[in-house]
Design a protein around this ligand. Structure first.
Ligand SMILES: Nc1ncnc2c1ncn2[C@@H]1O[C@H](COP(=O)(O)OP(=O)(O)OP(=O)(O)O)[C@@H](O)[C@H]1O
Ligand SMILES: [Mg+2]
Length: 457
């Protein structure tokens, strides 16, 4: 290798390393201890490990105490295998104040045990807001609700991130993208020189988890960036209901809704996520207006929404999340230019297996499936080469069902255990073996219904 090239590579490596130090130095000022940063600065690129610490909502413990006790826990259990969550603790402070300490989003392709002492550990401490959504209504006595609004991290969104199964890397890549956009905005990078924006578009077939993923992303970011932004706001605008309810109203109502959103944005300590679900309905409504099939009032509403969105997206603490079932180009300037466009498809065989596994674990926990029996994870099955044996009989049967379910959406899959029980079990408790048979029958039925739908029957 030419010397110049090697030097350039080293320099690039060094710069990337410095960037990471800076990135985390700035964003996670308090979340990483000086010890954490030192580990990064000693010249060796180490793996980043994120630890999410869920503090009980009534706890009055100081953040620094929580951090100290968590770091002590991690040093007592410094070797981990992938993601891991502690919910029971061997000391009083943690038991009293903490719900869980979770090592999250570890690259699952790395099968070796991880020694936390040689990793860069980032500790994110949060409590959940237990309040449900509030509606951003416009008039005092109005039942017209313009949007739903949550304070993040919200109890309602807890666990969504983990429940979503995608090809490896999809979720973390999205998270990294959005983190960088927020970081660039926060640092006032000149967008004429480096172009990026804070509009995310998730598109794909129905029921693949797009809306859920938006909520999960916002929740995750509000936890990860909790040292830069003291809280997150999540505003969900449902464009469908916007039009059905507001056709007869004037575009002024939209302006009012955005004024409320603007108030949230004005607090620079808040990171504001605005979700526009099924964004294509904006285009559809506009085209219908232009074709003269909709009242002209509608076009005012649409144009007003688009103008307002264009305005709010200029603020550095705003992220606009959009979803669409339409895979063709959406003719909306603010989405068209979205930097982050991610196709979200139905889960793979592995994903399906994991979804089913989580459903069965839940049913065993609730003792609907009884007695409890061991099921292996898909990677455990892979490790033994899917070899037939008595201990993994049920797991292999589940894999067959997963294979048979390919093509079903995440939504259909999550409903399947319920259908299996309703249609083919009908008794209060059931053995795992019998339940798997019921699931098999339910999958066959779902597939049949899907084909009938496609054939127009
Ligand atoms: N890949 C997946 N892994 C786990 N669960 C999934 C997956 N995809 C969808 N689900 C589940 O299906 C349900 C529906 O998801 P969601 O409403 O987010 O889908 P969507 O893509 O927004 O659908 P639509 O396009 O119809 O609005 C959720 O409960 C979600 O947990
Ligand atoms: Mg949706």
């Amino acid at each position: 290798m030419p010397v110049g090239f090697a030097t350039a590579q080293k320099t690039r490596h060094f710069l990337h390393h410095q960037f990471l130090i800076k990135l985390f130095d700035n964003i996670h000022v308090v979340s990483c201890t000086s010890m954490d940063v030192d580990r990064m600065k000693n010249g060796v690129q180490t793996q980043n490990i994120n630890v999410e610490v869920h503090v009980k909502s009534h706890s009055t413990a100081h953040l620094s105490d929580v951090r100290m006790h968590v770091l002590a826990l991690l040093s007592r259990h410094s070797v981990v295998f992938g993601n891991y969550s502690w919910t029971e603790f061997d000391e009083e402070f943690l038991t009293k104040h903490i719900v869980s300490v979770a090592i999250v989003d570890v690259n699952q392709t790395v099968k070796q045990p991880l020694d936390l002492n040689s990793c860069s550990v980032f500790v994110h401490i949060f409590t959940l807001n237990e309040d449900g959504p509030s509606t951003l209504s416009l008039e005092d006595d109005e039942e017209l609700s313009a949007a739903n609004h949550w304070l993040l991290p919200a109890a309602e969104f807890h666990g969504i991130w983990e429940s979503l199964e995608y090809e490896s890397g999809v979720k973390t890549q999205l998270l990294d993208y959005v983190t960088t956009t927020i970081y660039f905005s926060d640092k006032n990078v000149d967008s004429n020189l480096i172009s990026w924006n804070r509009v995310v578009l998730l598109h794909g077939p129905p029921g693949t988890g797009k809306t859920s993923l938006c909520k999960a992303l916002a929740q995750k970011l509000s936890i990860r960036l909790s040292n830069r932004y003291s809280y997150g706001q999540f505003v969900e605008i449902n464009s469908h209901s916007l039009f059905s309810k507001w056709f007869s109203e004037s575009g002024k109502l939209v302006t009012k809704m955005f004024q409320k959103i603007q108030q949230l944005i004005n607090d620079k300590d808040a990171l504001v996520f605005v979700l526009i679900d099924e964004v294509e309905s904006l285009t559809v409504a506009r085209t219908a207006c232009q074709a003269g099939t909709e009242p002209s009032d509608a076009i005012r509403v649409v144009n007003s929404v688009l103008t307002q969105l264009d305005q709010i997206k200029r603020h550095s603490n705003v992220v606009i999340l959009t979803t669409s079932n339409v895979t063709e180009k959406i003719d909306l300037a603010f989405v068209d230019r979205a930097d982050i466009k991610q196709y979200i498809g139905p889960p793979s065989e592995k994903g399906i297996y994991n979804i089913y596994l989580s459903c069965l674990e839940e049913l065993m926990k609730c003792q609907i499936i009884h007695p409890r029996q061991q099921l292996f994870t898909i990677s455990e099955l892979e490790t033994i080469g899917f070899a037939e044996s008595e201990v993994c009989e049920h797991s292999l049967k589940l894999r067959k069902i997963a294979l048979k379910s390919l093509g079903l959406s995440g939504r259909a899959l999550r409903k399947l255990p319920f259908l299996a029980h309703a249609l083919f079990v009908k008794t209060p408790t059931v053995t795992l073996e019998r339940f798997l048979e019921a699931m098999d029958q339910a999958v066959a039925k779902q597939k049949e219904e899907k084909t009938n739908l496609v054939n127009g029957v």
